[in-house]
Design a protein around this ligand. Structure first.
Ligand SMILES: C[S@@+](CC[C@H](N)C(=O)[O-])C[C@H]1O[C@@H](n2cnc3c(N)ncnc32)[C@H](O)[C@@H]1O
Length: 269
């Protein structure tokens, strides 16, 4: 189901390489992923999340505190996907927590996890060799047109054009994004002023997608000091806040937090 990022032809796996009919060849890394991000599409040396962010995210997600988010996306996938052996593409998969959970939701799925951050994809490989892991950009997905049953964007970019291109007609795009109240208690500590923002689920091109479902979910959870630090380090907030506010947060023994997020499902027309 992978295509060549240089010419768009189908890639065929030959041992530890993927090769297209035009002889463009991409070797699999030792960890088991393939790098399908052409240099011209790599706009910085290390695009995407940093290793520090990815490691913090892995530690935090492994605590199970975001399990309700995982369950919500799995239930949405099960409810709206008609295929029994779907091709699932998780775009912006990070270190692969949700990709693994999505793959586990179906008995016979084929799953691809894609992220622009090489360190993320490297880490994700430890979540299973049954998943195809690729470094690539959401703006040029190395996936055959009309092949996917489910495409997910978990707290990551949703690209109408590319998502609709790779989805089958009737296929489902699932998006999870933060709602207004998400981690509000933490934001109140790390920002001098929290400006009210009304975060809504994003809307998509109505000629390409039909909205099937959009629901806000929320739950409370408690974090200890270590988890609070990981939560801060896995978000972009870290780079936006003053050192003194960061220290104020990191001095806390723990905190009661709200997770609030939108889950949306859109059908490819
Ligand atoms: C907030 S993280 C979410 C990671 C994962 N979905 C999760 O929820 O744990 C966003 C991810 O999108 C990736 N990303 C950013 N820009 C991207 C792009 N243009 N193409 C693919 N991935 C991208 C980042 O490297 C990062 O891993």
């Amino acid at each position: 189901m992978l295509i060549c990022p240089l010419c768009g032809e189908k890639l065929v796996q030959d041992g530890k390489s993927y090769i297209c009919p035009n002889r463009h060849c991409f070797d699999m890394a030792r960890q088991g992923y393939v790098n399908l991000l052409p240099v011209q599409n790599k706009h910085s040396l290390h695009p995407g999340d940093t290793k520090e962010m990815l490691m913090a995210r892995r530690r935090f997600l492994e605590t199970g505190k975001y399990l309700p988010i995982c369950q919500a996306v799995r239930e949405t996938a099960k409810e709206f996907c008609k295929s029994e052996n779907p091709l699932i593409v998780d775009v912006g998969c990070g270190e692969g927590y949700y990709t693994r959970a999505l793959a586990n939701s179906f008995e016979n799925s084929r799953t691809v996890g894609i992220d622009i951050a090489k360190d993320g994809v490297k880490m994700a490989c430890s979540r299973g060799k049954d998943i195809t892991w690729a470094v690539a950009t959401a703006s040029l997905l190395p996936v055959e047109s009309g092949s996917a049953d489910i495409v997910t964007a978990m707290f990551s970019l949703f690209m109408d054009g590319e998502y609709s291109r790779i989805l089958k007609r009737g296929g489902i795009a699932i998006e999870v994004n933060a709602a207004t109240e998400h981690l509000m208690e933490m934001k109140e500590v790390i920002y001098d002023e929290v400006f009210p923002q009304d975060k809504k689920p994003s809307s998509h091109d109505e000629t390409l997608f039909k909205r099937l479902y959009s629901q806000k979910h929320s739950f409370k959870f408690h974090v200890n000091n270590e988890e609070l630090k990981d939560l801060l380090y896995m978000t972009p907030h870290l780079n936006r806040i003053k050192e003194e506010n960061k220290n104020k947060l990191l001095q806390l023994e723990g905190m009661e937090l709200t997770a609030a997020f939108w889950v949306s499902a859109d059908m490819r027309l």
